[in-house]
Design a protein around this ligand. Sequence first.
Ligand code: ZN
Ligand code: FE
Length: 255
Amino acid sequence: MTLEIEQFMCRDDNFGILARNKATGTVFLVDAPQEEPIMAAIERTGWQPSLILTTHHHPDHVEANLALKKRFGLVIIGPAAEKDRIPGIDRTVKDGQTLDLAGEPFNVIATPGHTAGHVSYYFPESGVAFTADTLFALGCGRLFEGTPADMLGSMRKLAALPLDTTVYCGHEYTLSNARFAVTIDPTNSALKQRAAKIERLREEGKPTLPTTIGEELATNPFMRWHDPAIRHNLGMEDASDEAVFAEIRKRKDIF
Ligand code: ZN
Ligand code: FE
């Protein structure tokens, strides 16, 4: 792990991420939700960013782009499919690319569903993934611009990362996700334990992130479409993966 990561709250429930490569001193942000808390993190750490990795175009992920660009002259990268909606973007990225702008190589993984162009960033040497509004702890993003099949495809890609990959997400939604997850997967004891731990952390005002791919595979219903107990609970033993995933997403929308 050569990345040092400062995670902090922005807006109501967004996470800001300021990361530094220990070997090269390169500093980057993942998204730019809000100028003030980002500036506070920069002052606290003394890490001056030269790069923003944008995951998608929503305002709560790009609001501070121009202000930070003005202050630091940083480079903003983001998905080609959303380039017209990402303020200050300098360079576009696409699925499958590996870039070496952050002091160590990282991969661009297209993870559509929440938005059509949403990307996640994976740093194999550090074993860290930034999944923003695609994969959340115990949840997944709402389908604003994609179909259940799109999001299922994105989840499959993330599920293929090493189990010990540390995952940073875009929002602190874990408590409501946990309360929903136990309705889908009521007999999962690992989930029950995790839900109890999350209740405690939130009572103490502590963040529930980061998580890991392994933990999500064991407890996140949006990564467990294949699970016999979930399928039985939904009465969908023989349904397609897509149908099961769509049903879970639909139930969460109205939870
Ligand atoms: Zn979003
Ligand atoms: Fe968001």
